[in-house]
Design a protein around this ligand. Structure first.
Ligand code: NAD
Ligand code: 9W1
Length: 441
Protein backbone atom coordinates (compact mmCIF):
# COMPACT_ATOMS: atom_id res chain seq x y z
CA UNK A 1 0.00 0.00 0.00
CA UNK A 2 1.22 3.49 -0.81
CA UNK A 3 1.75 5.49 2.36
CA UNK A 4 1.34 9.21 1.98
CA UNK A 5 4.39 10.98 3.35
CA UNK A 6 3.62 12.83 6.54
CA UNK A 7 5.67 15.99 6.06
CA UNK A 8 5.95 18.88 3.63
CA UNK A 9 9.25 20.71 3.16
CA UNK A 10 11.00 22.73 0.43
CA UNK A 11 10.30 21.24 -3.03
CA UNK A 12 13.99 21.34 -3.94
CA UNK A 13 14.85 18.93 -1.12
CA UNK A 14 14.01 15.34 -2.10
CA UNK A 15 14.67 13.16 0.94
CA UNK A 16 16.94 10.25 -0.03
CA UNK A 17 18.73 12.16 -2.78
CA UNK A 18 22.46 12.86 -2.61
CA UNK A 19 21.74 16.60 -2.36
CA UNK A 20 19.29 16.16 0.50
CA UNK A 21 21.73 13.95 2.38
CA UNK A 22 24.37 16.68 2.19
CA UNK A 23 21.90 19.29 3.39
CA UNK A 24 20.95 17.04 6.31
CA UNK A 25 24.59 16.36 7.18
CA UNK A 26 25.16 20.12 7.38
CA UNK A 27 22.06 20.54 9.55
CA UNK A 28 23.34 17.80 11.88
CA UNK A 29 26.62 19.67 12.36
CA UNK A 30 24.85 22.96 13.03
CA UNK A 31 22.54 21.23 15.49
CA UNK A 32 25.47 19.63 17.30
CA UNK A 33 27.03 23.08 17.75
CA UNK A 34 23.74 24.67 18.77
CA UNK A 35 23.01 21.95 21.37
CA UNK A 36 26.13 23.07 23.21
CA UNK A 37 24.77 26.62 23.18
CA UNK A 38 21.34 25.50 24.46
CA UNK A 39 22.42 24.15 27.85
CA UNK A 40 19.07 24.82 29.50
CA UNK A 41 17.20 22.62 27.03
CA UNK A 42 19.83 19.88 27.34
CA UNK A 43 19.57 20.02 31.16
CA UNK A 44 15.79 19.58 30.93
CA UNK A 45 16.38 16.51 28.73
CA UNK A 46 18.65 15.03 31.39
CA UNK A 47 16.22 15.83 34.17
CA UNK A 48 13.14 14.29 32.52
CA UNK A 49 14.35 11.71 29.99
CA UNK A 50 13.72 8.70 32.25
CA UNK A 51 10.35 9.83 33.57
CA UNK A 52 9.15 10.80 30.06
CA UNK A 53 6.45 13.19 31.36
CA UNK A 54 5.02 13.85 27.89
CA UNK A 55 4.22 10.19 27.19
CA UNK A 56 0.82 10.13 25.39
CA UNK A 57 0.93 13.94 24.91
CA UNK A 58 0.24 15.12 21.35
CA UNK A 59 1.78 18.55 20.79
CA UNK A 60 1.12 20.83 17.81
CA UNK A 61 3.67 23.62 17.42
CA UNK A 62 3.66 26.75 15.28
CA UNK A 63 6.99 28.54 15.75
CA UNK A 64 9.87 29.55 13.39
CA UNK A 65 11.25 26.23 12.14
CA UNK A 66 14.94 26.86 12.77
CA UNK A 67 17.97 24.95 14.00
CA UNK A 68 17.12 26.09 17.53
CA UNK A 69 13.49 25.05 17.19
CA UNK A 70 14.64 21.63 15.93
CA UNK A 71 16.41 21.21 19.28
CA UNK A 72 13.22 22.22 21.12
CA UNK A 73 11.25 19.66 19.07
CA UNK A 74 13.79 16.91 19.79
CA UNK A 75 13.59 17.78 23.49
CA UNK A 76 9.78 17.42 23.53
CA UNK A 77 10.11 14.07 21.74
CA UNK A 78 12.83 12.88 24.10
CA UNK A 79 10.44 13.63 26.99
CA UNK A 80 7.86 11.36 25.35
CA UNK A 81 5.71 13.66 23.22
CA UNK A 82 4.24 13.11 19.75
CA UNK A 83 4.88 16.31 17.82
CA UNK A 84 3.59 17.95 14.62
CA UNK A 85 5.03 21.33 13.62
CA UNK A 86 4.72 24.28 11.24
CA UNK A 87 6.40 27.69 11.12
CA UNK A 88 4.72 30.89 12.35
CA UNK A 89 6.17 33.03 9.57
CA UNK A 90 6.36 32.34 5.82
CA UNK A 91 10.04 33.38 5.62
CA UNK A 92 11.59 32.14 8.88
CA UNK A 93 12.01 28.43 8.09
CA UNK A 94 15.58 27.18 7.82
CA UNK A 95 15.00 24.54 5.15
CA UNK A 96 17.90 22.38 6.34
CA UNK A 97 16.36 22.20 9.83
CA UNK A 98 13.01 21.13 8.33
CA UNK A 99 14.73 18.51 6.15
CA UNK A 100 16.66 17.15 9.13
CA UNK A 101 13.45 16.70 11.13
CA UNK A 102 11.44 15.24 8.24
CA UNK A 103 14.28 12.79 7.61
CA UNK A 104 13.98 11.62 11.23
CA UNK A 105 10.29 10.90 10.60
CA UNK A 106 9.04 13.98 12.46
CA UNK A 107 5.99 15.51 10.75
CA UNK A 108 6.99 19.08 9.86
CA UNK A 109 5.16 21.33 7.40
CA UNK A 110 7.12 24.44 6.44
CA UNK A 111 9.55 25.89 3.94
CA UNK A 112 11.15 29.29 3.40
CA UNK A 113 9.03 31.50 1.17
CA UNK A 114 5.79 29.53 1.38
CA UNK A 115 2.62 31.37 0.30
CA UNK A 116 -0.01 32.61 2.73
CA UNK A 117 -2.39 29.91 1.49
CA UNK A 118 0.25 27.18 1.97
CA UNK A 119 1.00 28.59 5.41
CA UNK A 120 -2.57 28.10 6.65
CA UNK A 121 -2.87 24.71 4.96
CA UNK A 122 0.28 23.59 6.79
CA UNK A 123 -1.16 24.71 10.14
CA UNK A 124 -4.16 22.54 9.27
CA UNK A 125 -1.85 19.54 8.65
CA UNK A 126 -0.24 19.89 12.09
CA UNK A 127 -3.63 19.30 13.73
CA UNK A 128 -4.05 15.89 12.08
CA UNK A 129 -3.37 13.77 15.14
CA UNK A 130 -5.85 10.95 15.73
CA UNK A 131 -8.41 12.69 18.01
CA UNK A 132 -6.47 15.96 17.72
CA UNK A 133 -3.68 17.56 19.77
CA UNK A 134 -3.60 17.92 23.58
CA UNK A 135 -1.23 20.88 23.73
CA UNK A 136 -0.41 23.85 21.50
CA UNK A 137 2.81 25.88 21.25
CA UNK A 138 2.19 29.13 19.42
CA UNK A 139 4.18 32.20 18.37
CA UNK A 140 2.03 35.11 17.29
CA UNK A 141 -1.38 33.54 17.78
CA UNK A 142 -2.10 32.09 14.32
CA UNK A 143 -2.32 28.45 15.47
CA UNK A 144 -4.55 29.43 18.40
CA UNK A 145 -6.81 31.48 16.12
CA UNK A 146 -7.00 28.60 13.61
CA UNK A 147 -8.00 26.07 16.27
CA UNK A 148 -10.50 28.30 18.10
CA UNK A 149 -12.14 29.72 14.94
CA UNK A 150 -11.84 26.90 12.39
CA UNK A 151 -11.56 23.71 14.43
CA UNK A 152 -13.61 24.21 17.62
CA UNK A 153 -14.29 20.44 17.51
CA UNK A 154 -10.68 19.99 18.76
CA UNK A 155 -11.06 22.20 21.84
CA UNK A 156 -12.30 19.54 24.33
CA UNK A 157 -9.07 17.51 24.13
CA UNK A 158 -6.76 20.55 24.37
CA UNK A 159 -5.26 21.25 27.80
CA UNK A 160 -3.82 24.58 26.77
CA UNK A 161 -1.50 26.72 24.70
CA UNK A 162 1.83 28.33 25.56
CA UNK A 163 2.38 31.56 23.63
CA UNK A 164 5.81 32.95 22.74
CA UNK A 165 5.31 36.60 21.72
CA UNK A 166 3.74 39.94 22.62
CA UNK A 167 1.53 39.88 19.51
CA UNK A 168 0.12 36.49 20.48
CA UNK A 169 -0.44 37.60 24.08
CA UNK A 170 -2.35 40.66 22.87
CA UNK A 171 -4.60 38.43 20.76
CA UNK A 172 -5.21 36.13 23.75
CA UNK A 173 -6.22 39.03 26.03
CA UNK A 174 -8.57 40.34 23.34
CA UNK A 175 -10.33 36.96 23.22
CA UNK A 176 -10.31 36.76 27.01
CA UNK A 177 -12.02 40.16 27.37
CA UNK A 178 -14.60 39.16 24.76
CA UNK A 179 -15.30 36.02 26.81
CA UNK A 180 -14.06 33.85 23.91
CA UNK A 181 -11.05 32.07 25.38
CA UNK A 182 -12.14 28.49 26.14
CA UNK A 183 -8.65 27.12 26.91
CA UNK A 184 -5.77 27.80 29.29
CA UNK A 185 -2.95 29.93 27.93
CA UNK A 186 0.50 30.39 29.45
CA UNK A 187 2.22 33.65 28.59
CA UNK A 188 5.83 32.58 28.05
CA UNK A 189 6.72 36.02 26.71
CA UNK A 190 6.51 37.65 30.12
CA UNK A 191 8.88 35.33 31.94
CA UNK A 192 11.89 37.45 32.87
CA UNK A 193 14.23 34.87 31.37
CA UNK A 194 12.32 35.12 28.08
CA UNK A 195 11.66 38.81 27.54
CA UNK A 196 15.00 40.14 28.83
CA UNK A 197 16.95 37.69 26.71
CA UNK A 198 14.85 38.04 23.60
CA UNK A 199 14.68 41.80 23.65
CA UNK A 200 17.84 42.98 25.34
CA UNK A 201 20.55 40.36 24.93
CA UNK A 202 19.25 38.93 21.65
CA UNK A 203 19.31 42.34 19.97
CA UNK A 204 22.57 43.30 21.72
CA UNK A 205 24.23 40.36 19.95
CA UNK A 206 22.47 40.47 16.58
CA UNK A 207 22.25 44.18 15.71
CA UNK A 208 25.96 44.61 14.96
CA UNK A 209 25.98 41.22 13.21
CA UNK A 210 23.30 42.50 10.82
CA UNK A 211 25.09 45.82 10.19
CA UNK A 212 28.49 44.18 9.64
CA UNK A 213 27.22 41.41 7.38
CA UNK A 214 25.40 44.00 5.29
CA UNK A 215 28.07 46.72 5.09
CA UNK A 216 31.39 45.88 6.78
CA UNK A 217 31.01 49.31 8.43
CA UNK A 218 33.42 50.54 11.13
CA UNK A 219 31.42 51.39 14.23
CA UNK A 220 34.12 52.81 16.51
CA UNK A 221 34.25 56.60 16.50
CA UNK A 222 30.93 56.97 14.70
CA UNK A 223 27.96 58.83 16.09
CA UNK A 224 24.94 56.54 16.44
CA UNK A 225 21.32 57.38 17.23
CA UNK A 226 19.16 54.74 18.87
CA UNK A 227 15.48 55.69 18.83
CA UNK A 228 13.72 54.15 21.85
CA UNK A 229 15.55 52.97 24.98
CA UNK A 230 13.32 50.06 25.98
CA UNK A 231 14.86 46.61 26.31
CA UNK A 232 15.71 46.41 22.60
CA UNK A 233 17.11 49.96 22.54
CA UNK A 234 19.16 49.30 25.71
CA UNK A 235 20.76 46.25 24.06
CA UNK A 236 21.47 48.16 20.83
CA UNK A 237 22.92 51.20 22.62
CA UNK A 238 25.15 48.98 24.76
CA UNK A 239 26.39 47.04 21.72
CA UNK A 240 27.17 50.18 19.73
CA UNK A 241 28.96 51.76 22.70
CA UNK A 242 31.00 48.59 23.24
CA UNK A 243 32.36 49.05 19.70
CA UNK A 244 33.34 52.65 20.49
CA UNK A 245 30.45 54.50 18.90
CA UNK A 246 29.23 57.71 20.54
CA UNK A 247 25.59 56.87 21.18
CA UNK A 248 22.65 59.26 21.36
CA UNK A 249 19.16 58.21 22.46
CA UNK A 250 15.70 59.55 21.56
CA UNK A 251 12.82 58.85 23.95
CA UNK A 252 9.28 59.99 24.75
CA UNK A 253 9.10 58.49 28.26
CA UNK A 254 10.72 60.63 30.97
CA UNK A 255 11.59 57.65 33.20
CA UNK A 256 13.29 55.81 30.34
CA UNK A 257 15.02 59.00 29.15
CA UNK A 258 16.24 59.43 32.74
CA UNK A 259 17.66 55.88 32.68
CA UNK A 260 19.43 56.64 29.42
CA UNK A 261 21.07 59.83 30.66
CA UNK A 262 22.07 58.20 33.98
CA UNK A 263 23.73 55.46 31.93
CA UNK A 264 25.80 58.14 30.24
CA UNK A 265 23.94 58.51 26.94
CA UNK A 266 23.05 61.89 25.48
CA UNK A 267 19.29 62.19 24.96
CA UNK A 268 17.92 64.41 22.25
CA UNK A 269 15.32 64.47 19.48
CA UNK A 270 15.57 63.01 15.99
CA UNK A 271 15.26 66.53 14.55
CA UNK A 272 18.36 67.55 16.53
CA UNK A 273 20.35 64.38 15.87
CA UNK A 274 19.52 63.77 12.21
CA UNK A 275 22.17 66.01 10.64
CA UNK A 276 25.29 64.79 12.40
CA UNK A 277 24.86 61.07 13.08
CA UNK A 278 26.40 58.27 11.02
CA UNK A 279 24.27 55.33 12.17
CA UNK A 280 20.52 55.33 12.86
CA UNK A 281 18.80 52.44 14.63
CA UNK A 282 15.06 52.52 15.35
CA UNK A 283 13.83 50.40 18.27
CA UNK A 284 10.61 52.06 19.45
CA UNK A 285 7.79 49.74 18.36
CA UNK A 286 6.16 53.04 17.28
CA UNK A 287 5.71 54.43 13.76
CA UNK A 288 7.03 57.45 11.87
CA UNK A 289 10.38 57.72 13.66
CA UNK A 290 12.68 58.57 10.71
CA UNK A 291 10.80 60.82 8.29
CA UNK A 292 11.62 62.55 4.98
CA UNK A 293 12.69 65.76 6.76
CA UNK A 294 15.26 63.77 8.76
CA UNK A 295 16.61 61.88 5.77
CA UNK A 296 16.84 65.08 3.72
CA UNK A 297 19.32 66.59 6.18
CA UNK A 298 21.38 63.49 7.01
CA UNK A 299 25.13 63.34 6.37
CA UNK A 300 26.57 61.64 3.31
CA UNK A 301 27.10 57.94 4.03
CA UNK A 302 24.56 57.69 6.86
CA UNK A 303 23.33 54.17 7.62
CA UNK A 304 19.68 53.51 8.48
CA UNK A 305 18.22 50.38 10.01
CA UNK A 306 15.28 49.24 12.10
CA UNK A 307 15.21 46.55 14.77
CA UNK A 308 11.78 47.44 16.18
CA UNK A 309 8.30 46.81 14.91
CA UNK A 310 7.89 45.53 11.34
CA UNK A 311 8.63 48.26 8.82
CA UNK A 312 6.79 51.32 10.08
CA UNK A 313 9.61 53.07 11.97
CA UNK A 314 11.59 54.32 8.95
CA UNK A 315 9.73 55.89 6.02
CA UNK A 316 11.40 53.60 3.47
CA UNK A 317 8.62 54.34 1.01
CA UNK A 318 9.88 57.94 0.67
CA UNK A 319 13.32 56.68 -0.37
CA UNK A 320 11.98 54.12 -2.84
CA UNK A 321 9.35 56.32 -4.50
CA UNK A 322 10.72 59.88 -4.52
CA UNK A 323 11.67 60.69 -8.16
CA UNK A 324 14.34 63.12 -6.85
CA UNK A 325 16.19 60.29 -5.09
CA UNK A 326 18.14 57.72 -7.14
CA UNK A 327 17.94 54.15 -5.89
CA UNK A 328 20.70 51.59 -6.37
CA UNK A 329 20.69 48.07 -4.93
CA UNK A 330 24.13 47.24 -3.56
CA UNK A 331 23.04 43.67 -2.80
CA UNK A 332 19.81 42.12 -1.57
CA UNK A 333 18.62 44.02 1.55
CA UNK A 334 21.26 46.74 1.16
CA UNK A 335 19.94 49.77 -0.76
CA UNK A 336 21.71 53.03 -1.55
CA UNK A 337 19.79 56.26 -2.12
CA UNK A 338 21.39 59.33 -3.69
CA UNK A 339 20.03 62.89 -3.54
CA UNK A 340 20.48 65.42 -6.35
CA UNK A 341 23.41 67.08 -4.52
CA UNK A 342 25.30 63.77 -4.47
CA UNK A 343 24.61 62.90 -0.84
CA UNK A 344 23.68 59.27 -0.28
CA UNK A 345 22.41 57.07 2.56
CA UNK A 346 22.21 53.28 3.00
CA UNK A 347 19.05 51.49 4.11
CA UNK A 348 19.31 47.94 5.48
CA UNK A 349 16.67 45.20 5.15
CA UNK A 350 14.29 47.68 3.45
CA UNK A 351 13.47 49.07 6.89
CA UNK A 352 12.36 45.69 8.22
CA UNK A 353 14.04 43.97 11.19
CA UNK A 354 17.77 44.21 10.45
CA UNK A 355 18.86 41.39 12.77
CA UNK A 356 16.55 38.96 10.95
CA UNK A 357 17.02 40.32 7.42
CA UNK A 358 20.79 40.81 7.45
CA UNK A 359 21.82 38.34 10.20
CA UNK A 360 20.46 35.02 11.46
CA UNK A 361 18.29 36.21 14.35
CA UNK A 362 19.11 35.53 17.96
CA UNK A 363 21.99 33.30 19.07
CA UNK A 364 21.02 29.78 20.13
CA UNK A 365 21.82 30.62 23.75
CA UNK A 366 19.10 33.28 23.76
CA UNK A 367 16.59 30.84 22.28
CA UNK A 368 17.53 28.25 24.94
CA UNK A 369 15.99 30.60 27.53
CA UNK A 370 12.72 31.10 25.62
CA UNK A 371 12.41 27.42 24.82
CA UNK A 372 13.05 26.26 28.41
CA UNK A 373 10.14 28.47 29.41
CA UNK A 374 8.12 26.77 26.64
CA UNK A 375 8.97 23.25 27.85
CA UNK A 376 8.16 24.14 31.48
CA UNK A 377 4.89 25.79 30.39
CA UNK A 378 3.91 22.67 28.44
CA UNK A 379 4.75 20.52 31.48
CA UNK A 380 2.54 22.70 33.68
CA UNK A 381 -0.38 22.46 31.24
CA UNK A 382 0.05 18.70 30.81
CA UNK A 383 0.66 17.63 34.41
CA UNK A 384 -1.11 20.31 36.45
CA UNK A 385 -4.00 21.19 34.16
CA UNK A 386 -6.34 21.45 37.18
CA UNK A 387 -4.38 24.57 38.22
CA UNK A 388 -5.20 26.16 34.88
CA UNK A 389 -8.89 26.61 34.03
CA UNK A 390 -9.45 28.70 30.85
CA UNK A 391 -7.61 32.00 31.24
CA UNK A 392 -4.16 33.58 30.79
CA UNK A 393 -1.32 32.75 33.18
CA UNK A 394 2.36 33.44 33.58
CA UNK A 395 4.79 30.76 34.63
CA UNK A 396 5.30 30.78 38.40
CA UNK A 397 8.38 32.82 39.34
CA UNK A 398 10.08 29.71 40.76
CA UNK A 399 10.13 28.22 37.23
CA UNK A 400 11.49 31.46 35.78
CA UNK A 401 14.24 31.18 38.42
CA UNK A 402 14.74 27.55 37.39
CA UNK A 403 15.39 28.58 33.77
CA UNK A 404 18.03 31.01 35.03
CA UNK A 405 19.60 28.31 37.24
CA UNK A 406 19.83 25.90 34.29
CA UNK A 407 21.91 28.45 32.39
CA UNK A 408 24.13 29.50 35.29
CA UNK A 409 25.82 26.13 35.75
CA UNK A 410 27.45 25.93 32.29
CA UNK A 411 28.54 29.56 32.68
CA UNK A 412 30.50 28.57 35.80
CA UNK A 413 28.49 30.85 38.08
CA UNK A 414 28.67 30.07 41.80
CA UNK A 415 25.41 31.17 43.35
CA UNK A 416 25.22 32.03 47.05
CA UNK A 417 22.73 30.00 49.11
CA UNK A 418 20.77 31.68 51.91
CA UNK A 419 21.13 30.10 55.33
CA UNK A 420 17.93 29.53 57.33
CA UNK A 421 18.53 32.60 59.47
CA UNK A 422 18.99 34.85 56.42
CA UNK A 423 15.96 33.36 54.68
CA UNK A 424 13.84 34.04 57.73
CA UNK A 425 15.24 37.59 57.97
CA UNK A 426 14.27 38.29 54.35
CA UNK A 427 11.04 36.31 54.60
CA UNK A 428 11.78 34.22 51.51
CA UNK A 429 12.20 30.44 51.10
CA UNK A 430 15.81 29.22 50.90
CA UNK A 431 15.15 27.78 47.43
CA UNK A 432 13.06 30.68 46.12
CA UNK A 433 11.03 32.35 44.81
CA UNK A 434 13.07 35.34 45.94
CA UNK A 435 11.08 38.30 44.70
CA UNK A 436 7.50 39.48 45.01
CA UNK A 437 5.26 38.93 41.98
CA UNK A 438 5.48 42.63 40.98
CA UNK A 439 9.27 42.96 41.24
CA UNK A 440 10.78 44.65 38.17
CA UNK A 441 14.08 43.19 37.11
P1 NAD B 1 9.69 48.77 24.90
O1 NAD B 1 8.28 49.22 24.93
O2 NAD B 1 10.36 48.31 26.14
O3 NAD B 1 10.63 49.97 24.33
C1 NAD B 1 10.27 50.87 23.32
C2 NAD B 1 10.70 52.27 23.80
O4 NAD B 1 10.51 53.18 22.73
C3 NAD B 1 9.89 52.77 24.99
O5 NAD B 1 10.74 53.12 26.05
C4 NAD B 1 9.13 53.96 24.43
O6 NAD B 1 8.95 54.98 25.40
C5 NAD B 1 10.00 54.39 23.28
N1 NAD B 1 9.28 55.11 22.23
C6 NAD B 1 8.02 54.90 21.77
N2 NAD B 1 7.71 55.75 20.80
C7 NAD B 1 8.80 56.53 20.62
C8 NAD B 1 9.09 57.59 19.74
N3 NAD B 1 8.19 58.04 18.87
N4 NAD B 1 10.33 58.15 19.81
C9 NAD B 1 11.24 57.72 20.72
N5 NAD B 1 11.01 56.71 21.58
C10 NAD B 1 9.80 56.13 21.52
O7 NAD B 1 9.80 47.67 23.78
P2 NAD B 1 11.05 46.72 23.43
O8 NAD B 1 10.90 45.45 24.16
O9 NAD B 1 12.30 47.48 23.57
O10 NAD B 1 10.72 46.43 21.89
C11 NAD B 1 10.79 47.45 20.92
C12 NAD B 1 10.37 46.90 19.57
O11 NAD B 1 11.29 45.89 19.15
C13 NAD B 1 9.01 46.23 19.56
O12 NAD B 1 8.34 46.56 18.37
C14 NAD B 1 9.32 44.76 19.58
O13 NAD B 1 8.31 43.99 18.98
C15 NAD B 1 10.58 44.71 18.77
N6 NAD B 1 11.44 43.54 19.03
C16 NAD B 1 12.31 43.19 18.05
C17 NAD B 1 13.16 42.10 18.22
C18 NAD B 1 14.09 41.70 17.12
O14 NAD B 1 14.67 40.62 17.18
N7 NAD B 1 14.30 42.52 16.12
C19 NAD B 1 13.16 41.37 19.41
C20 NAD B 1 12.29 41.78 20.42
C21 NAD B 1 11.43 42.86 20.22
N1 9W1 C 1 13.40 31.91 16.51
N2 9W1 C 1 14.75 30.24 16.25
C1 9W1 C 1 15.01 34.55 10.92
C2 9W1 C 1 12.45 35.49 14.10
C3 9W1 C 1 11.02 36.38 12.40
C4 9W1 C 1 13.97 34.28 11.83
C5 9W1 C 1 12.11 35.60 12.75
C6 9W1 C 1 14.61 32.43 16.38
C7 9W1 C 1 15.49 31.35 16.21
C8 9W1 C 1 13.31 37.08 16.81
C9 9W1 C 1 12.74 34.78 16.90
C10 9W1 C 1 17.04 34.92 9.02
C11 9W1 C 1 15.39 32.60 12.82
C12 9W1 C 1 14.18 33.30 12.78
C13 9W1 C 1 16.38 32.87 11.92
C14 9W1 C 1 16.19 33.85 10.98
C15 9W1 C 1 11.75 36.18 15.05
C16 9W1 C 1 10.35 37.04 13.39
C17 9W1 C 1 15.04 33.85 16.42
C18 9W1 C 1 14.58 36.26 16.67
C19 9W1 C 1 12.17 36.11 16.50
C20 9W1 C 1 9.18 37.90 13.01
N3 9W1 C 1 10.69 36.95 14.67
N4 9W1 C 1 14.17 34.87 16.66
N5 9W1 C 1 16.80 31.40 16.03
N6 9W1 C 1 12.80 35.00 11.73
O1 9W1 C 1 16.21 34.10 16.21
O2 9W1 C 1 13.49 30.58 16.43
O3 9W1 C 1 17.26 34.07 10.11
Amino acid sequence: MLQKRDYEIAKHIQLGSEDANQTIEFAKKQIALARHEMPGLMALRDEFKDRKPFLKAKITGCLHLTIETAILIETLIELGADVRWSSCNVYSTQDEAAAYLANKGIPVFAWKGMSEEEYWRCIGKTLEFPYGPNLLIDDGGDLTAYVLDKRPDLIPSIKGVSEETTTGIRALWKRFHEGKLPIAAIDVNDSVTKSKFDNRYGCLESLIDGIKQATHLMIGGKKAVVAGYGDVGKGCAEALRAYGARVVITEIDPIIAYQAVMNGFEVTTMDEAAMDADIFVTATGCKGIILPRHMDKMKDGALLCNIGHFDVEIDANYLFTNPEIVHEEIKPLVDKFTWKNGKSVLLLAKGRLVNLGCAKGHPSFVMSNSFCNQVLAQLELWESSKKYPPGIYRLPRILDEKVARLHLKPLGVKLTTLNDEQAEYLGVPVNGPYKREDYRY
